[in-house]
Design a protein around this ligand. Structure first.
Ligand SMILES: [Zn+2]
Length: 287
């Protein structure tokens, strides 16, 4: 109980620091009122926490115990030296989550739910908690498979979870870091400019930058796109860009409704980028 309270206080404090920083030094100019969005995102967050506590966490804990008991999974292979295991576990968990995130964009049933995360018309630290409970319930099935196949130790899994959450909050935040510092940091971690491009209304840009902790997976799979200036990015999904699409009730039932043609605006045109903006080195981060 004391550990849970301590963890809650650390996450809360970290959230507040990012929240205040993005107000003081915003990266992109917000389009909608903060209070309305915050209310929607915090209610989504409350439901998300409950869903994770009821599905993802018990499923993960059961699998961690099971793989340890019957010595199942890749990292239980005796040929792998003990010292290498935690590192390998960390890398494989992050790589497999890259595939899961890509599947969430590729598979229509999963995208219906993940789309709700992308509908947010602005991107800030509160978006990091804004996941539909349906997406989280599906992700508990993924966690089971991920842990069964990789078999990280509970200790390695715990560290991975903490860093995963910390980087998720950071990359969704609207904090303007000095460009040179962000370019340097982006060699190691997914940063706000990189993930901002993943939330762009331009389809090709949303279909890039799927990594969560390490940006290397996007380089490896040729899905990296860093050369879009943040001032040119409109956040959201074109067909769901009206104010009422982001009201709480509408956002919650969106996955269960007939889906619109996501990439077309109401007037029928898909947002596109001037060719000059996308020319050049996709791996070089723009301002
Ligand atoms: Zn996504």
């Amino acid at each position: 109980m004391r550990e849970t309270l301590f963890a809650g206080a650390v996450i809360g404090g970290y959230f507040v620091i990012l929240f205040l920083s993005e107000r003081l030094l915003p990266l992109r100019r917000p389009r909608r009122s903060l209070v309305g969005r915050l209310l929607v995102n915090l209610i989504f967050a409350a439901v998300a926490f409950a869903t994770v506590a009821l599905t993802v966490r018990p499923a993960a804990e059961a699998m961690l115990g099971w793989t340890g008991r019957i010595h199942f999974g890749l990292l239980q292979l005796p040929a792998i030296p003990a010292a290498v295991r935690p590192v390998l576990a960390f890398l494989l968990m992050d790589l497999s989550f890259y595939w899961w995130h890509r599947a969430n964009h590729r598979i229509p049933l999963l995208w219906r739910f993940h789309n709700v995360h992308h509908i947010d018309p602005d991107l800030d630290v509160s978006t990091a908690f804004r996941f539909h409970f349906g997406e989280l319930a599906f992700s508990s099935a993924f966690r089971v498979a991920q842990i069964a196949l990789i078999a990280p130790s509970p200790w390695a899994y715990g560290i991975y979870e903490v860093i995963f959450q910390a980087v998720t909050l950071f990359q969704h935040s609207n904090v303007r870091l000095p460009i040179r510092a962000e370019r340097l940091l982006n060699r190691l971690l997914v940063t706000p400019r990189m993930h901002g491009i993943h939330h762009s209304q331009v389809r090709e840009e949303t279909n890039s930058n799927y990594s969560t902790i390490f940006p290397w997976w996007d380089r490896l799979h040729r899905t990296l796109g860093l050369n879009i200036p943040q001032a040119d990015i409109e956040i959201g999904i074109p067909a769901y860009a009206a104010a009422e699409d982001n009201r709480l009730g509408n956002a919650l039932i969106t996955p269960f409704r007939r889906q619109r043609d996501y990439w077309r605006r109401e007037e029928g045109t898909p947002p596109a980028r001037e060719p000059t903006a996308v020319r050049g080195n996709r791996g070089w981060m723009s301002e």
